[in-house]
Design a protein around this ligand. Structure first.
Ligand code: BEZ
Length: 209
């Protein structure tokens, strides 16, 4: 069955480049990003993993742990890391799961047989501190992901988890946000000290701290 937003992220134990990981225990109280790539020693994947490694401080700033996955063995992940360092200047500084038996990939629906019946597609799961799935993304092998966008979404998820707001199209940290419609005008005044009414159903405020 397809995992959907709000579902609990299935727990698992897996062998990774940083040792055996029990997923929920490893996540602890942090947010998590579990993402798959199709295959080691391939061009798009090389650029992606280098980019995630470069952005590690940004994920850490957001109390977010990152873990990658493919069906390749540990030895391959470790050997490939040297190429990722050569090509991008950053070797993976986060664990990579060796999911040879496809246990995690099948649980998370990372294999899309009509695209490729043996390799994982480019899946992303963002998991909250409550272990619930907050975001899913699926990209094909031919298209590298935009990890700045992933950070932007995490900013929105973390903001909207703590305040009764939503974020508009293309929102970035520091920009105005939208008051959710379940908050009436009186409560919105108390909550935010004032707001701008663009339409009765579209009220904006500066981003809460
Ligand atoms: C790549 O990362 O470039 C790639 C991986 C698997 C299939 C096609 C492309």
């Amino acid at each position: 069955m397809t995992l959907q937003l709000g579902d609990e992220a299935p727990d698992f134990t897996a062998e990774t480049t940083e040792g055996t990981i029990h997923f929920h225990e490893w996540l602890g109280k942090d947010w998590g990003v579990l993402f798959s790539h199709p295959k080691d020693f391939t061009p798009v994947c090389t650029t992606e993993l280098g980019r995630v490694a470069a952005l590690k401080p940004e994920f850490t700033k957001r109390h977010t742990k990152v873990i990658g996955l493919s069906v390749d063995p540990l030895g391959s992940h470790k050997e490939w890391s040297k190429d990722i360092q050569d090509v991008t200047g950053n070797a993976p500084n986060f664990p990579l799961i060796a999911d040879g038996d496809k246990k995690v990939a099948n649980t998370y629906g990372m294999i899309h047989p009509n695209a490729n019946d043996t390799l994982t597609v480019r899946s992303v799961f963002v998991i909250g501190p409550d272990k619930k799935i907050k975001l899913t993304l699926t990209y094909p092998a031919s298209t590298g992901r935009n990890f700045d966008e992933l950070l932007r979404v995490i900013d929105s998820l973390q903001l909207t988890a703590n305040h009764k707001v939503a974020t508009p199209s293309d929102w970035k940290q520091g920009q105005d946000v939208i008051i959710v419609n379940s908050v009436n005008d009186d409560d919105a005044k108390k909550m935010f000290g004032g707001f701008k009414t663009v339409k009765p159903y579209l009220r904006t405020v500066p981003q809460p701290k």
